[in-house]
Design a protein around this ligand. Structure first.
Ligand SMILES: C[S@@+](CC[C@H](N)C(=O)[O-])C[C@H]1O[C@@H](n2cnc3c(N)ncnc32)[C@H](O)[C@@H]1O
Length: 212
């Protein structure tokens, strides 16, 4: 069950005013209640378990898909010296990030404006189930497109805790990730926080397989 604070938040938020509200929140240094429960240090601890020493990420090229106004995972990657390119379907988000001197382009996760096999990694924080990315029919299309953009052994880090409509069942999401060609899928939602279990979270790190 959602807390009263989350229920109230979801009730008053329609897809149309999301961008305006998030921009105002970002300017005030506030984010979504559930995202606030996961800190940069939570992400650091969790990524260390997977990658070991996080210095290996310095200089790597990552795409933040559905970057919005930045996330705690985004913040950590920046601290680690990762080169981040932001993609969002919303103009406001890209404008906001550019004002913060970040690279950003308007783009759709279904057709990423990047070449094949060029990226060391991609992050998607609360992208699935939101806005136009929540098209259930084409969930596999999203993961296939991200897979196309990654180098062999590149990583996709998904952290999905919020939802605006019905969450897509975890098993269905994971089946789409596997069907897209990812392997070594490690679930990380419980390592990040146990406080959001009622929101059916799905956070994982997955790797693009090497071609034989
Ligand atoms: C809930 S917000 C999360 C933003 C940010 N990642 C965060 O965690 O704060 C979802 C973002 O995905 C973007 N988005 C929705 N559909 C998209 C699509 N098809 N392609 C790219 N971005 C999309 C929205 O504009 C929005 O900025």
């Amino acid at each position: 069950m959602e807390t009263n604070q989350e229920k109230e938040y979801l009730r008053k938020l329609s897809a149309d005013d999301w961008i305006r509200e998030m921009k105002e929140r970002a300017e005030r240094g506030e984010f979504e209640p559930w995202v606030d429960l996961i800190t940069v240090e939570d992400y650091r601890r969790t990524l260390e378990k997977y990658f070991g020493n996080l210095d290996v990420l310095a200089g790597k090229k990552y795409l933040d898909i559905g970057a919005g106004f930045g996330s705690k995972l985004h913040e950590l990657l920046k601290q680690l010296g990762v080169e981040i390119m932001n993609i969002d379907i919303g103009l406001e988000s890209v404008k906001f990030l550019k004002e913060k001197r970040e690279d950003g382009v308007i783009g759709d996760v279904f057709k990423l404006p990047v070449q094949e096999n060029g990226l060391d990694g991609a992050i998607a924080v609360n992208l699935i189930n939101t806005g136009s990315a929540m098209d259930r029919e084409d969930l596999e299309g999203i993961f296939k497109e991200i897979h196309r953009a990654l180098k062999e052994k590149g990583h996709l880090i998904q952290s999905h805790f919020g939802y605006f409509v019905q969450p897509i069942p975890k098993d269905e999401q994971l089946a789409a990730v596997v069907a897209a060609g990812f392997k070594n899928i490690q679930l990380i939602q419980n390592q990040l926080t146990s406080k959001l279990a009622h929101l059916e979270p799905l956070a994982f790190i997955a790797e693009k397989a090497e071609s034989k």
